[in-house]
Design a protein around this ligand. Structure first.
Ligand code: CMC
Length: 388
């Protein structure tokens, strides 16, 4: 007692032991449960990665089939929860809608909220994984004034989500396999990232023995910030503004370097990666391929590449070891798929959900876990007295 370490932003503080995800920021390495992200991106599926992160090993084909079936059996929302979406203004940002709906979800399953009952945790895990895409699609439908589309369990996880988002009752929805494959890949790349801001939030809330729904709901709010998951929306807005104003990318970068109005090059920099973010490397290549396959030629991609080129050769960025992060190129792919910028961070949340769940479960079963309770360095008034 007595000795408190001052570490703003927890730059050097490990808050837990974890066996889920390994990152080496200097070498640009990311592994889920020991498997390199590059291999999973190439060979795995998002649902398989969910299983891997949550249960620790890759599933056998039988285990995977059972897990997929279990998830598809729980995709529907309680009808009363559907009504919930009508309480928000039409132009509501879908992130708070998502987060509110997740905490509301817990109120429908009061028999499975005990964080220490294994069976209850299992069913809550499946319900959350299965229902988050439905909630996300409903949040989108509400914002565009279209009918909610019920899930179709003959489709796989990503196809189902695409149909619920873009399908309309008046005509059959035709799934574009390029889009489905690309979205699955993006979900894999977002699935976990050890103790980032939202995951630490999920753990901190859970450390007070809050249930899984409420812990994840808090994580969604943390993710919404522009320095975290909200960066993917901010990147696209930045590129769009540059295109609209016609400002020379070099001049814009000078403003970034001069910290004019505190602007940052969104989608650049990372607390842990001081070398290229391995996820960004995969996504940059995917962006080229997917846009070409979809026949979309987005001038914003050229602007993004110009900004990256300037940054990689510029002393300001090199000195500070600022490289593109996962959010730099994702928005361009989401846009090509037809998602509006407001939905980008929602997609990040769907991808990150298995990581939040895996980390929350790991914490709940760790004997060393204690309630999270940082200390402070007090800098206020010393004792003074009320006048009179
Ligand atoms: N543009 C311009 N300057 C930057 C940027 C940037 N994107 N990122 C960091 N810097 C500068 C910063 O001003 C500081 O400069 P100085 O030493 O002169 O004060 C230096 O680099 C170190 O930055 P920091 O803010 O101390 O670094 P951090 O580890 O606290 O922040 C970060 C990491 C990701 C919040 C930050 O790089 C940033 O704000 N990036 C833009 C937002 C973004 O893309 N976020 C997504 C992160 S990755 C996925 C996710 O987590 O969701």
């Amino acid at each position: 007692t007595g000795l408190v370490t001052y570490d703003v932003g927890f730059v050097n503080t490990a808050s837990c032991k974890s066996a889920v995800t390994y990152i080496d920021g200097d070498q640009g390495i990311l592994r889920y449960r020991g498997y390199p992200i590059e291999e999973l991106a190439q060979k795995s599926s998002f649902v398989e990665v969910c299983y891997l992160l949550i249960y620790g090993d890759l599933p056998t084909s039988d285990e995977l089939a059972r897990f997929e079936e279990l998830i598809s059996r729980h995709t529907m929302l309680h009808e009363d929860l559907r009504a919930f979406f009508n309480g928000f203004p039409r132009d509501a940002h879908p992130m708070p809608v998502l987060s509110s709906a997740v905490s509301a979800l817990g109120t429908f399953y009061q028999d499975s909220l005990d964080p220490f009952d294994q069976e209850q945790v299992e069913i809550s895990t499946v319900r959350l994984l299965a229902k988050l895409p439905t909630i996300a699609a409903y949040a989108y439908k509400k914002s565009v004034g279209q009918a909610f589309i019920y899930p179709d369990n003959s489709l796989n996880f990503v196809e189902n989500f695409l149909r619920m988002t873009f399908g309309v009752p008046a005509e059959p929805y035709v799934i574009d396999p390029t889009v489905a494959k690309a979205l699955d890949l993006l979900f894999i790349l977002h699935a976990d990232h050890e103790q980032n801001c939202s995951t630490s939030t999920v753990r901190l809330v859970g450390s007070a023995h809050a249930n899984l729904f409420n812990s994840v709901s808090a994580g969604i709010h943390a993710l919404s910030g522009p320095l975290h998951g909200g960066a993917n929306q901010a990147v696209l807005e930045m590129l769009g503004d540059l295109q609209a104003s016609g400002e020379d990318p070099k001049a814009f970068m000078d403003r970034v370097k001069n910290k004019e109005d505190g602007i940052r090059l969104m989608g650049f920099g990372h607390r842990v990666y001081k070398n290229y973010d391995p996820r960004a490397a995969i996504i940059k290549q995917a962006a080229d391929e997917i846009l070409e396959k979809m026949g979309k030629n987005d001038p914003l991609l050229d602007i993004a590449k110009q900004l990256e080129e300037i940054a990689l050769a510029d002393e300001y960025f090199v000195e500070r070891r600022l490289y593109p992060n996962v959010d730099f190129y994702t928005g361009l792919i989401y846009k090509a798929m037809g998602f509006p910028p407001k939905m980008f961070t929602v997609l990040f949340a769907i991808g990150r959900l298995p990581g939040w769940i895996a980390q929350w479960r790991e914490m709940m079963t760790d004997q060393e876990t204690k309630i999270g309770r940082p200390r402070q360095v007090y800098v206020g008034e010393t004792e003074r007295h009320y006048p009179g």
